[in-house]
Write a protein that binds this ligand. Structure first.
Ligand code: ZN
Length: 275
């Protein structure tokens, strides 16, 4: 016995390739994997039917609990270009089974959307461009600082409002109210899961603004210092923690979209100090 390989048969390979439009399934790559060879009878193919869990013992992501049939099944394969198929095997911590499965699912959805859409620009590229715009809108202190150090609460609230408007309408305003950049609102996102996540983020932003309004009315915090050096003390520590954890969760959801889109991710900064 020893080292047998559970390779895909050619029908499975064809199925893997065709279900993603013969493009690499890595969302950051999306390279077309075949084209005309100078020999009129040949096709140049740089696509690989890669194993999600390795075909043989000792390989990347090998799962001993799988049967040989499962190992060579369509479910265990992903269509990639040659360089991405090497990439996923060099670092199994960075490219775990779950990530590859989500790549595959996304690539399949994208392929059928491209078939359905009449537009010249593929749906995925349009979505990615919009997500990139939203990402810029979230890259600001209001999504980085501990609530105790947010500066003026009015400015914080304004920043959250501006971000919400950008997400809803695609218009990003500057502090003085002039329009900085115009894109489309979140309803234009074609990927249904991404759109659902962006709606969730919008709900959370609205909740932050509402909760802040109540906190102000109920004088739930006191202010120390003046101008830029203002700091806040919340009498209700759990409430202060909620403002932090909610923003952290928002960035987590946003990052999960960015990861699939092959964009950089934003993270809520570590607390600088606590009282
Ligand atoms: Zn690739």
């Amino acid at each position: 016995m020893g080292n047998t390989r559970d390779d895909f048969n050619s029908a499975t390979k064809e199925l893997l390739a065709n279900r993603v439009g013969r493009r690499c399934s890595n969302p950051a790559c999306r390279k077309l994997t075949c084209g005309a060879n100078s020999n009129p009878e040949k096709v140049t193919n740089i696509g690989v039917a890669a194993h999600i869990c390795a075909a043989a013992q000792g390989g990347p992501r090998y799962d001993a609990s799988m049967t040989p049939e499962e190992r060579k099944s369509f479910e265990n394969g992903i269509w990639l270009c040659q360089s991405c198929s090497k990439l996923i095997d060099t670092d199994i911590t960075r490219y775990p089974k779950e990530l590859l499965q989500s790549w595959k699912q996304l690539a399949e959805q994208t392929a059928i959307l491209e078939v359905e859409t009449t537009s010249a620009t593929p749906a995925f590229e349009k979505d990615k461009e919009l997500v990139q715009f939203y990402l810029e809108c979230f890259d600001r202190p209001a999504f980085q600082d501990d609530i105790y150090q947010e500066g003026r609460m009015e400015d914080f609230d304004k920043a959250i409002e501006d971000t919400l408007i950008a997400l809803n309408t695609g218009v990003l305003r500057t502090r003085d109210g002039s329009i900085l950049k115009q894109a489309d609102g979140k309803s234009s996102i074609q990927n249904s899961l991404w759109r659902e996540k962006l709606y969730t983020i919008a709900d959370m932003l609205t909740a932050i603004r509402r909760r802040l309004k109540i906190a102000k009315k109920e004088k739930a915090y006191s202010t120390y210092g003046t101008g830029e050096d203002v700091a806040y003390c919340f009498y209700d520590r759990e409430l202060a923690e909620w403002f932090n954890s909610t923003r952290e969760e928002i960035l987590k959801i946003l990052s999960s979209i960015c990861k699939e889109a092959g964009l950089r991710e934003l993270h809520f900064r570590k607390r600088r100090y606590r009282w």
